[in-house]
Design a protein around this ligand. Sequence first.
Ligand SMILES: [Mn+2]
Length: 504
Amino acid sequence: MAHVSEEQKKADNRARVTTEEFRAFVKEGWAPRPDTRPERAEVAEYAARRRAAISLAFPGERLIIPAGGLKVRSNDTDYVFRPHSAFAHLTGLGADREPDAVLVLEPLFDAAGEPAGHEAVLFFKPLADRESDEFFDDTRYGEFWVGARPTIEDIEAELGLSARDIGEFADAAVKDAGQIGIRMVRDADRELTAQLDTSRVEHGQAEETMAEQDDELAHDLSHLRMIKDEWEIQQMRDAVDATKVGFEAVIADLPRAIEEGRGERWVEGVFGLHARHQGNGVGYDSICAAGDHANTLHWIKNTGDIDEDDLILLDAGVELDSLFTADITRTLPASGTFSDAQREVYDAVYAAQQAGLAAVKPGNKFSDVHAAAIRVIAEHLHAWGLLPEGVSVEDTLDTEHGQYHRRWMVHGTSHHLGIDVHDCALATRAEYMDAELQPGMILTVEPGLYFKSDDLLAPERFRGIGVRIEDDVLVTEDGHENLSAHFPSRSEDVEAWIAQVQSR
Ligand SMILES: [Mn+2]
């Protein structure tokens, strides 16, 4: 069989389904577009402040922050588009927006040639005319197939920054490389990064230090998200509230999830329905883990049954259109009532979580939260006689020699939360684990205990029981506010919650 190029195949396909007459015909007869512009987005002024902060860190340099492009799922279908988190944070653009766009912070200089801030310019693919070939011929971007995009004027009105056609980006990005510093976020769009690397070097930017300089930008953009502004805090409140709707829908449907079989799938679907309805969708793959599956920390297969006697661990969060996501875990008795052994484990985790929550206050370090929670976990394990003979609580907490308790809780207690479920991931240890908590930080507090069914060192009554309790917490001036405090968490309160939701 003769080799046929991809381009030729596409052209052949097009010829098969269209005629010149049809292609001319389909471009005509559409109503004029409305000349109204979108209102200024509420987030615009906050995004401008974030850009101002990053502008101060890189005076006189061009900063390039791509949204990223469409990603092929298989053959001719793409994944739903999600912009890079740094792009979303600096523009305010969230779900579905804008594939292939690039934010450029263009350095400005005063009369004396000194750096004087940056101008924000969004390069993107503006809406094409119906007369254009793109309108019908381009099934990936054409309005006929995927709907209308904003115009240049729309974006400028919505975001309060300058917008230009993406076609002008390549030249604008590198025109004076070698004379001014140019940094870009490298992991948003690998193809664009490779192209720009080549053209930056061609235009005289030093190759040896380029990636390193880019990484400094990525780090600063990640760290910039650590203290949330008031708009972000409200997004997080809304995400948590939306998540509660999903949890209660799951609770209401637990009897059916048991009865139908394949109950973990049912739980995932019910939560996903409400995540999609309340917000943009789930902020990460939900963990819907019944019985022993809860002991597999990253159980996202969700393929199991739920038995009447199981605990079901639901770790899930609604992501809003702004991409801010909640991250909540509750461990629920499927029957509505904890068994004695389940309650014993659950109450230990609850006590650890209370200790962790109490440590969330300014002046304490991020790592103090884990230290407080893990101590309570270690104390329970010691009291149950599970630590090796002669190992005290202090011995196991010793980070150089002990750590036996980690067999039953291997993960950390907290992470920052925001646009990414594990937010601020490029912050250094000094800025993250070892940093003091400050008002405006939002973190999770999520201790757990996990006794695998085949763990011969666990008491028989505990085997197959896994429990985690996770809340989303805002650090305030004088302590913290638990944003998910309205999710019941004491064992008795969880039982009352299930009974109340199921009797509605
Ligand atoms: Mn979490």
